[in-house]
Design a protein around this ligand. Structure first.
Ligand SMILES: Cc1cc2nc3c(=O)[nH]c(=O)nc-3n(C[C@H](O)[C@H](O)[C@H](O)COP(=O)(O)OP(=O)(O)OC[C@H]3O[C@@H](n4cnc5c(N)ncnc54)[C@H](O)[C@@H]3O)c2cc1C
Length: 805
């Protein structure tokens, strides 16, 4: 086949040597200066070639959503299409079934037979296929050239503007489909309602495309019609100022043959578009040709009326939220009406329209919680999206925002500072660089500083993504709307949160009355004051609710851990995955004395047990007084002191098995020994009955006082987990540690107590890692110097790495 076109890339370079470079494109490969463009540009020439017969076309970087869309369109146009990329996607796999020849690596020979090579903006010189195409003078074009060319094969409809173009272009394609016009389309995100983000319909004459203004490529298009939603300062990494942005829009309009539908509420769009001979305005403003009024919005639905040139057209129901989307829909109504689609068909299509991915995408919604993800990254978008979130009527809006590009963060910092009035809590993440190198001093903190200047006290910078997710997650309460915003990868955090919120909601439903929350810091619930978060923290109020929860976790293979007062626990810094149940509310706090016996729920403190016995003149419970745990922990650990032991006083234990069934057992039926109750390793105690012996108030008080005195003089006051090691056969662990001269030894904020050698204390914000390192040090010395293996009495639980590691 003769070479159908000259090397277009080279042609552009030589024609426009002085124009600005395209970010991500070749150094020295400037985009055409629109003002100096000849009548027949790349897109027009290519368009003629694309419909002129079957070509072999290769796409470098085909797996990206924009490139795979083009591959699909070229296959539909009847070309032989091949593509390469480092990764593959579901969309690539689908295209392979339609004929795409795909290679999951880049190699020079892939372009050997290509008549035309298209490359994505992520491809740089040094890529073997790109270099080979240049070396062999293949026809090498950018994605935007290819898209312009494909659009030029039909009557193009370009949807452009800084904000809302993905939703509006998909809405346009959907409405024109509903009107029977069989449009082809190309939009910048996954649109479930359209099937794929690009499609070719040979039966129709229109091609709807989302026009990208970010790098000037908007000026490549020669459409039949255009919708201009708004024009504002954006992409200031590429454009010098608003005037430079307007030059590109003016160029597009100069190349638009038919209607220019523009938003009359946007002053810049009005100034640029209204002189066009085909200009038609829309919006809320009284001067708009297509106007909307009588708006009623409820959570995600809006109802409004449309008036055309003073005459009512009819009512519309829209199922995508926000006033900005009403305005966008009226732009689509204006276009479709001008193209002759009857209003009834337009309204019917709009009612069934559902939004694009990452455009106010509801990732989870229930009566308690709502989690939304949005692509918004410009201050105006953020403002509009947060206003929409606020209008959902939820109690609070909790937002996490990831700035996109250092240049935008720097140039629009003041606007960012004013963009969050509707967020009750705002976490600002690290800057997503896109292709930029960092600008010194520009971080998420830049925005937080501006927000605080604007009086937004609830703003905080959190560059660590895992911590951001945990900190935001633990603030969530029923009634909240959580929203993630940004064009980078913040949506990954939203996906994790949505997964966990959904599970939390399920747990709450299963459990019934009680508290459920995410990522509760376990350092708050252990006497050592260390430990990472519980993935799901629950505090059921009823035994039945707890039993249902146990069964649910068994059925769904979710780990379950029951925590008492955390006085015999060392929770690792990574926290505990799964459900942590704290049985210390409602029925678990019941404590009664009947017929000389104490009946206690597992949430009763051991100290309360001692004082209830005293009040009932029952002796034998005094030793419980100084143990900082609950009845549940006393049963599981068979706690003891001053010669007393829990199971010597237990009459019976009521417990739940992993299937959620209740049982009762007496001590003789259980495997009980020193600081251990085997039954409760896999079952969960809910209550117990205890017995003592008759005693006098004086005798009881005396023993209580003796217990208090002993602890006061022999135990440290700082935070600890009690005795850390079991006493070895040879001698008490505390004495051994003392003899080894280890008292006062420190790792980080953890120290061997000066008061008692078997206590490790947290005296300076220790981490679990500090405590564990100190335990290892003591064990190593005991083994090396005395041949004694010290075993821990404290239980060590949880993850070494974080929940999101
Ligand atoms: C300063 C101090 C002094 C101490 N003195 C003593 C002492 O003199 N004698 C002594 O024996 N201990 C002592 N301890 C250790 C500790 O207080 C006891 O082991 C206590 O019984 C643990 O109770 P807890 O509620 O804190 O249990 P936690 O530490 O929360 O849990 C301990 C274990 O019990 C399990 N568990 C909790 N509730 C249930 C339940 N309902 N069903 C099944 N399993 C359950 C947990 O899963 C965990 O495995 C001391 C601790 C400190 C900090």
């Amino acid at each position: 086949m003769p070479d159908p076109i000259s090397n277009l890339e080279e042609r552009q370079c030589s024609e426009h040597p002085g124009s600005a470079p395209v970010p991500g494109a070749l150094p020295g490969a400037p985009i055409p200066n629109p003002a100096a463009m000849p009548d027949r540009d790349t897109g027009q020439i290519l368009a003629e070639i694309l419909v002129g017969g079957e070509l072999k076309i290769h796409l470098i970087g085909v797996a990206g959503s924009g490139m795979s869309g083009i591959a699909g369109l070229l296959i539909a146009l009847g070309h032989q299409v091949s593509g390469s990329d480092k990764a593959t996607t579901v969309e690539v796999a689908r295209l392979q079934t339609l004929g795409l020849r795909f290679a999951q690596h880049h190699a020079a020979e892939h372009v050997a037979e290509a008549d035309l090579v298209i490359y994505s903006s992520a491809i740089r010189p040094g890529n073997p296929e790109y270099d080979e195409a240049l070396r062999t003078s293949r026809n090498l074009v950018r994605r935007a050239d290819a898209l312009a060319a494909i659009m030029n094969c039909k009557k193009g409809i370009v949807i452009c503007g800084m904000h809302g173009k993905t939703t509006t272009s998909s809405m346009t394609a959907h409405v024109l489909r509903g009107g029977g016009l069989h449009p082809s389309h190309y939009v910048g995100a996954e649109i479930p309602i359209l099937g794929t983000n690009a499609a070719w319909d040979a039966a129709g004459e229109f091609f709807v495309a989302e026009g990208d203004e970010s790098d000037g490529t908007l000026a490549f298009y020669h459409p039949e019609h255009a919708i201009v939603l708004n024009i504002e300062e954006e992409h200031l990494d590429y454009y010098a100022d608003l005037a430079a942005i307007e030059v590109v829009f003016r160029q597009l309009l100069a190349q638009t043959r038919g209607k220019v539908i523009f938003c009359a509420d946007d002053p810049h769009a009005t100034r640029v578009c209204s002189p066009h001979p085909g200009a038609v305005s829309f919006g809320e403003s009284r001067s708009a040709v297509y106007r909307f009024d009588d708006v009623h919005a409820k959570e995600f639905q809006s109802h409004f009326r449309v008036v055309h040139a003073g005459q009512p057209l009819g009512a519309v129901t829209l199922n995508v939220p926000g006033r900005h989307n009403i305005s966008n829909a009226v732009g689509v109504i204006a276009l479709a009406t001008e193209l002759g689609v009857p209003f009834a068909k337009i309204a019917a299509a709009l009612e069934t329209f559902r939004g694009a991915r990452r455009r106010f995408e509801i990732k989870y919604r229930s009566e308690r919680y709502m989690l939304v993800d949005d692509y918004g990254h410009h201050p105006s978008e953020i403002r509009a999206t947060l206003a929409t979130a606020k209008n959902t009527g939820r109690k609070r809006v909790l937002c996490m925002f990831q700035p996109h590009r250092f240049s935008r963060t720097q140039k629009l910092k003041e606007e960012f500072g004013r963009a969050f009035p509707d967020a009750d809590v705002a976490f600002i993440a690290d800057v997503y660089p896109a292709s930029e190198v960092p600008i010194p001093g520009v971080t998420g903190q830049t925005i937080v500083d501006e927000m605080i200047r604007e009086g937004h006290e609830a703003a905080q910078y959190q560059p660590d993504r895992a911590r951001l997710t945990l900190e935001l997650g633990r603030m969530i309460e029923p009634g909240d709307c959580v929203i993630s915003l940004g064009a980078g990868n913040i949506h990954e955090a939203a996906t994790l949160l949505a997964r966990d919120i959904a599970r939390l909601d399920e747990l709450q439903n299963v459990m019934g009355p009680g508290l459920a929350r995410l990522y509760e810091p376990l350092a708050r619930h252990t006497t050592m004051r260390v430990g990472g978060p519980a993935q799901f923290w629950v505090e059921p109020e009823t035994e039945d609710g707890f039993a249902r929860l146990v069964k649910f976790t068994t059925d769904h293979a979710i780990p379950l851990f029951v925590l008492g007062r955390g006085s015999n626990l060392l929770v690792r810094d990574g926290g505990i995955r799964g459900v942590v149940a704290h049985l210390a509310r409602g029925e678990f706090k019941r404590l009664e004395v009947r017929e000389g016996k104490l009946h206690a729920g597992v949430g009763v403190k051991q100290k309360e047990l001692a004082y209830a016995a005293r009040d009932a003149r029952i002796g034998g419970f005094e030793w419980f007084e100084g143990i900082p745990g609950n009845v549940g922990g006393a049963l599981r650990m068979n706690a003891g002191a001053m010669g007393g032991e829990t199971f010597r006083q237990v009459v019976s234990v009521r417990y739940v098995d992993p299937q959620g069934d209740f049982h009762m057992q007496t001590p003789g039926e259980m495997d009980v020994h020193y600081r251990h109750c085997g039954l409760l390793e896999k079952n969960y105690a809910v209550s117990a009955t205890f017995r003592g012996f008759p005693s006098t108030p004086e005798e009881i008080e005396q023993k209580l006082e003796a217990s208090t005195q002993k602890r006061r003089t022999s135990q440290p006051r700082e935070s600890s987990a009690g005795c850390i090691f079991k006493n070895p056969e040879q001698c008490p662990a505390g004495k051994l540690v003392d003899e080894l001269g280890l008292k006062g030894t420190r790792v980080g904020g953890a120290k061997v107590s000066e008061v008692h050698g078997n206590f490790l204390v947290n005296d300076q914000q220790a981490t679990a890692a500090d405590v564990l390192a100190l335990i290892a040090q003591v064990q190593a010395r005991a083994l090396a110097e005395r041949g004694i293996r010290l075993e821990t009495e404290v239980q060590i639980v949880g993850e070494e790495r974080g929940l999101f590691a």
